[in-house]
Design a protein around this ligand. Structure first.
Ligand SMILES: [Zn+2]
Length: 297
């Protein structure tokens, strides 16, 4: 971008500014640590896909801050069994662990989906005028998670960055539960049983999220990041552009999942408890967390 961006363009580009999220993690570091200790001290009970999970190329993360494959396994093996059984995660591929995904913006400030892939050591590039805080992080294709770099320019504290990498890893893990089930026919084949012995399908559960976020009393988006998709959470978008709607909704659910598991996620309202910030979303994740999986497909 050669011209000076307008205030509106800056505001749009700052939707992808990660610095406030990392500042939130640093501010509530003690609470994060308490939740993580609680999570790690639960008994480990790996089931299904988690047992056979392979992680690749961890040597690539040596110079970077990353939650490792072993740490990830320790966390995932302590998740409620339903999440482990529903996940289609096959492996974690660290091939892009040292790469920063730098969004390319239109002059209007819109991000159209393209990125520059920049070596972590070279970010932010002076010649390209990279903003030091606007990056994307993490990616999954529904089966493989591809961690990416969280450079020091975003936040100086290694531990703060690790805690946010944990957030990203759990977020991507949730995509391995929902991504392949965005097709309603596939989602209807997954059958679960709640604590009152009522059976329901994954599609039934997903519909509750659709209803929640398209209702006239729509709750707050669970995190600052999830808020960037707020404009797409309407019945009009659901009808006219269902692909954009499902992506926006999946981001709400994935962030809510992280909030449920860790107990705290970055938000602009200053809540240190996800359950207090987003009680409806917490309850829907809890419903899945406490259900038994009867049939996967
Ligand atoms: Zn996502």
């Amino acid at each position: 971008m050669n011209t000076i961006p307008t205030p509106t363009a800056v505001e749009k580009m700052d939707h992808l500014n990660l610095r406030p999220a990392l500042e939130f993690v640093a501010r509530y570091g003690d609470i994060y640590e308490r939740f993580v200790r609680y999570l790690i001290h639960k008994p480990s009970a790996p089931v299904g896909a988690i047992v056979s999970l392979t992680t690749l190329e961890e040597d690539l993360i040596a110079d970077s801050v990353h939650i490792t494959g072993i740490e990830t396994l320790e966390i995932l093996s302590r998740l409620p069994p339903a999440f482990q059984e529903l996940s289609m995660l096959d492996n974690i591929n660290y091939h892009f662990a040292g790469i920063v995904y730098v969004p390319i913006f239109e002059e209007s400030g819109e991000w159209k989906g393209a990125v520059d892939m920049v070596d972590e050591a070279k970010f932010p590039r002076l010649c390209s005028g990279d903003h030091p805080h606007r990056i994307l992080i993490g990616r999954s294709d529904g089966v493989v998670i591809f961690p990416s770099a969280l450079p020091v320019s975003i936040h100086e504290s290694i531990r703060t960055r690790w805690l946010y990498q944990l957030h990203v890893m759990l977020h991507e893990f949730f995509h391995t539960i929902e991504f392949m089930r965005r097709d309603h026919v596939v989602a209807e084949k997954v059958i679960l049983c709640d604590q009152k012995d009522n059976t329901y399908t994954f599609r039934d559960w997903w519909k509750k999220w659709e209803d929640l976020f398209t209702s006239t009393t729509r709750p707050l988006c669970p995190t600052r990041y999830a808020q960037t998709y707020a404009d797409f959470l309407t019945l009009e978008v659901c009808t006219k552009d269902p692909g954009a709607f499902v992506v926006a909704l999946a981001e709400q659910v994935a962030e809510s999942f992280v909030g449920y598991i860790i107990g705290i996620v970055p938000n602009d309202q200053g809540y240190s408890s996800f359950k207090n910030h987003s009680p409806e979303a917490w309850a829907l994740i809890h419903e899945l967390a406490t259900s038994r999986v009867l049939k996967i497909s």
